[in-house]
Design a protein around this ligand. Structure first.
Ligand SMILES: *[C@@H]1O[C@H](CO)[C@@H](O)[C@H](O)[C@H]1NC(C)=O
Length: 395
């Protein structure tokens, strides 16, 4: 009997050794697998308070915004929603050249809202490298460092993570995925940035759009591959890996480029992905049906909480682009039609969410059982039983 008791005591101890979370040294901004971007370049979208209602109903906890708008930060206060805010590109030169401006920005837009508003990340600039403004390429790292150092002085680096989101314009040779590298003219800016982010434990953030890849080459790409539909997929002969959807391939292309640059351990996070539901004449794939298919299948893909063929242990995490159609965005018609919701708060199409206001198209016919991962639901009771059992036997 004594032996049995000791056995269970040891088991109990083991349990706590394995399951007590160790305090992470650095903050982690993206705690779930399914987040959403809250773009606000529109004059007709619901108020931030209504957006909070909508997000809570949809059970979406991880949100990104593109600035640090105080009305949004107020509305998110006390909601438990986890927010990544943005330092817009227009601020980068100033933040890079003057440390005290960076400190003031962090005090005004981050520190003064914590902890009631759960700001857990700052995206310093968006799609800077590979973009048109070369002066910004040089300012990005300095801005990221000054913002980070300000957080450090305020003892906030274990709460707020620094990142920057890249577009796919930073890559060369992304087909097959294993051949992907960073573009020649970008490497000299990218490597020091990766070095800094690896030191502070930040991931590589990528905006990835199978919609854009397909639209640029519809003759050679199977749309079903881009839409997560059943297809032959592609085979990467160098790694001997098979891809049944384009998003996984795009993520592994980023991992290949990181490995080539010497950062094999850095995690890739998708900070934007989506599919336009309406477009111009030369954007034929931007249809309601395709957008619904992509976003529904993406939701299912993320709910599986699985990695990619090349990095099976790194669970794929993505922020959808975006909550709303944004009527004031410049560019092709597709740019104004990425929203899961219309400006009146009703759904754009049915992928299992409910709108703020019901419209005729607004009662979901989808079974959430198809979407939600059930792994945890299944294992939770078992863990509770084991805990109770251990407790009874050891006390
Ligand atoms: C930074 O800005 C402050 C306040 O605007 C100014 O007093 C200071 O001289 C600037 N420092 C540098 C290095 O430009």
């Amino acid at each position: 009997m004594n032996k049995i008791l000791r056995f269970f005591l040891r088991l109990h101890l083991l349990f706590f050794v394995f399951f007590t979370p160790i305090d992470p040294k650095t903050a982690q901004a993206f705690t779930g697998t399914y987040g959403i971007n809250y773009g606000r370049i529109a004059d007709n979208i619901p108020s931030p308070d209504e957006v909070v209602t909508l997000l809570r109903a949809a059970k979406i906890k991880n949100i990104r915004i593109y600035d640090a708008d105080h009305s949004v930060l107020e509305a998110f206060s006390g909601t438990g929603l986890e927010l990544v805010i943005g330092l817009p590109n227009g601020f980068l030169k100033e933040m890079s050249s003057n440390e005290s401006h960076a400190m003031n920005w962090v005090k005004e837009n981050v520190q003064s809202f914590l902890p009631r508003t759960k700001i857990c990340g700052i995206a310093v600039g968006n799609e800077v490298l590979g973009g048109g403004d070369y002066e910004l390429w040089g300012a990005l790292l300095g801005a990221a460092k000054n913002i980070y150092n300000s957080l450090k002085k305020l003892h906030l680096t274990d709460v707020v993570q620094i990142t920057t989101a890249h577009s796919q314009a930073v890559f060369a040779n992304s087909y097959p995925p294993s051949s992907c590298i960073f573009k020649d003219n970008i490497v000299q800016f990218m490597k020091p940035l990766l070095e800094f982010f690896s030191q502070i434990g930040s991931p590589f953030c990528l905006n990835a759009y199978p919609f854009l890849a397909y639209t640029s080459d519809p003759e050679n790409i199977d749309i079903n591959y881009a839409l997560f539909q059943s297809t032959q997929g592609i085979y990467d002969s160098k790694t001997n890996l098979h891809y049944d959807n384009m998003l996984d391939a795009q993520i592994d292309a980023a991992y290949a480029a990181l490995e080539d640059a010497g950062y094999k351990k850095m995690e890739v996070i998708i900070t934007e992905t989506g599919w336009a539901s309406h477009g111009d004449g030369n954007e034929a794939a931007a249809t309601l049906d395709n957008a619904r298919t992509y976003n529904y299948n993406l939701r299912k893909r993320l709910a599986k909480k699985k990695g990619t063929p090349f990095r099976p242990k790194n669970v794929v995490k993505a922020y959808i682009f975006a909550i709303f159609n944004e009527d004031m965005k410049p560019g092709p018609t597709s740019e104004r039609n990425y929203g899961l919701f219309k400006p009146d708060g009703s759904i754009s199409y049915d992928i299992g969410y409910h709108g703020l206001k019901s419209s005729s198209a607004d009662s979901s016919h989808l079974s959430l059982k198809d979407i939600q991962a059930r792994g945890w639901a299944r294992s939770c009771p078992l863990i509770l039983i084991i805990l109770l059992w251990l407790h009874l036997f050891s006390s």
